[in-house]
Design a binder for this molecule. Structure first.
Ligand code: FAD
Ligand code: NAD
Length: 452
């Protein structure tokens, strides 16, 4: 390929990079996106989408295999799962979405280039791939190179030691699985394999799973893990793996496979940012309110810029950066970024937790008092609202319960629009839905809940 000149070069076509490319294209900016892998990044290829596909498959299998024990009168004779078929279905979804993202970029007239980019200077990168290396020169560069799994020195990836990427492509269900790290990925995938029939042990260094969340919120998840037969070893450190055994400081754990999910690191190595001397924030690229780095003309978005490492944050940053480059007076002014952990039951959080902001209080409404939750046989969990005493402004919303991920839109909308308790309490919520729990939590905060 011959050298390319453009106005905007985006390195990485993950949720941050491809959304930035689409928006830049819509705004008429001459844009090139380079990625060494298929469009969609971690999220689409080995993250959000594949994990949610497997969570769905495991849920379906678990429901069928356990129907006999339930109260609905359903009987199922010896159901089985062929995991290689499940994985083929998941791969098919990923392929469809790869093509979809490529088509969206093309429609916006952003050009996708395959290869690995490395900065030569602040406006030029060298791209290496299948053919001869070539250069791309741009007025603006957006670094959207994402993140990679953290490796533990005493559990190097390979063979039985897996990162999430390998775990999402297993074609056989391991008899025993140890998950090191009880965070987002470990809990989501640990639950998948427990439901598929593996004997799962989760080894977490801190004294609880999802240690940054309060124990009230994680309690229903811990209870359910117990019901699913998952052994939870908190305050425990893994030390190594030999044979089919994981060694920890609290004893040995049976582990045909080990899934290491102890966080993700920014992908800054090998892209030449050392030569540019960009200012870092810990291991991440430091950015300002417009996602500009310490070097003029270079922006950074998504996981490479730090927590929260979520696809929708990367997308929102990508959109904003394209508008900034187009000359619009935009900056990062979002009030809250929702986070969903697709465990069983699901967790959704937006804004402040109880006690995080002075002068706030919180109220909960339990799903035990919600008709819809009863009809789905899952009454565990609650909706919680955190509000400011002075003016009843809602500053935080959380829920734990089956299917509550869909409440994330109402949560972020309420906080983004500056809603107060009276706004949500006075909004008609359809019956019977779990979203009534949101209204009831606000009514309860006002002292007049109706269904409890
Ligand atoms: P990435 O998606 O990591 O994309 C970066 C891209 O840059 C990659 O395609 C990579 O190939 C490319 N690249 C890197 N270096 C170079 C180079 N030098 N040259 C060319 N190309 C390069 N988030 C959620 O919000 N919801 C979820 O449910 C969720 N589930 C997840 C499940 C798993 C198992 C994992 C691992 C992550 C999950 N995440 C989830 C996190 C989400 O995937 C990331 O936050 C998101 O992908 C970050 O987007 P990004 O654009 O910053 O980077
Ligand atoms: P995480 O930060 O969520 O959890 C890592 C866990 O590992 C923590 O609980 C930590 O205390 C523990 N830990 C660290 N070192 C350990 C050790 N040596 N031994 C035992 N435990 C140890 O990280 P993750 O699960 O790898 O996920 C990475 C990121 O990906 C998340 O921060 C999240 O932003 C993103 N993600 C999001 C979703 C979602 O939105 N549903 C799903 C998956 C991943």
């Amino acid at each position: 390929m011959t050298d390319i000149k453009c106005k905007l070069l985006i390195i990485g076509a993950g949720p941050g990079g491809y959304v930035c490319a689409i928006r830049a294209g819509q705004l008429g900016i001459d844009t090139v996106v380079v990625d060494e892998a298929k469009p969609g990044g971690t999220c689409l290829n080995v993250g959000c989408i594949p994990s949610k596909a497997l969570i769905h498959a495991a849920d379906e299998f678990f429901k069928i295999t356990h129907a006999d024990k339930g109260p609905l009168g359903i009987r199922a004779e010896n159901p089985t799962i062929d995991l290689s078929k499940t994985i083929a279905w998941k791969d098919g979804l990923v392929d469809r979405l790869n093509s979809g993202v490529a088509a969206l970029m093309k429609k916006a007239k952003a050009r996708f280039v395959s290869g690995r980019a490395r900065f030569l200077d602040g406006k030029t990168v060298q791209v290496t791939g299948d053919g001869d290396p070539f250069h791309i020169r741009a007025d603006y560069v957006v670094v959207a190179t994402g993140s990679a799994a953290v490796e533990l020195p005493f559990l190097p990836f390979g063979g039985p030691i897996m990162s999430s990427t390998e775990a999402l492509s297993l074609t056989e269900i391991p008899k025993t699985l140890a998950v090191v790290g009880g965070g987002y990925i470990g809990l989501e995938l640990g639950t998948v394999f427990a439901k598929l029939g593996s004997r799962v042990t989760i080894v977490e260094a801190e004294d609880s799973i999802l240690p940054t969340y309060d124990k009230g919120l994680t309690k229903p998840v811990v209870k359910r893990l117990g019901e699913l037969g998952v052994a939870l070893m908190t305050g425990t450190r893994a030390q190594g793996h030999q044979g089919d055994t994981l060694q920890t400081d609290k004893g040995n754990v049976d582990a045909e496979k080990v899934l290491v999910t102890v966080g993700r690191r920014p992908r800054t190595i090998g892209i030449g940012i050392d030569e540019l001397a960009l200012t870092l924030d810990g291991p991440f690229i430091k950015i300002d309110k417009t996602c500009q780095t310490s070097m003029r003309g270079i922006y950074a978005i998504g996981d490479v810029t730090g927590e929260p490492m979520l696809a929708h944050r990367a997308m929102a940053q990508g959109e904003m950066v394209a508008e900034h480059i187009a000359g619009q007076a935009v900056e990062w002014d979002r009030r809250a970024i929702p986070a969903v952990c697709f465990t069983d039951p699901e967790l959704v959080l937006c804004g402040a937790l109880p006690g995080e902001i002075e002068g706030t209080r919180s109220s909960e409404f339990p799903f035990q008092a919600n008709g819809r939750a009863m009809t789905t046989e899952r009454e565990d969990g609650f909706v919680r609202v955190v509000w400011r005493e002075a003016d009843h402004a809602i500053v935080g919303l959380q829920a734990v319960g089956t299917g509550v991920s869909e409440l994330s839109a109402a949560f972020s909308l309420a906080i983004e629009m500056g809603a107060c308790l009276e706004d949500l309490a006075g909004t008609i919520h359809a019956h019977p839905t779990q979203s009534e729990g949101l209204q009831e939590a606000c009514l309860r905060a006002l002292g007049h809940a109706l269904h409890i």
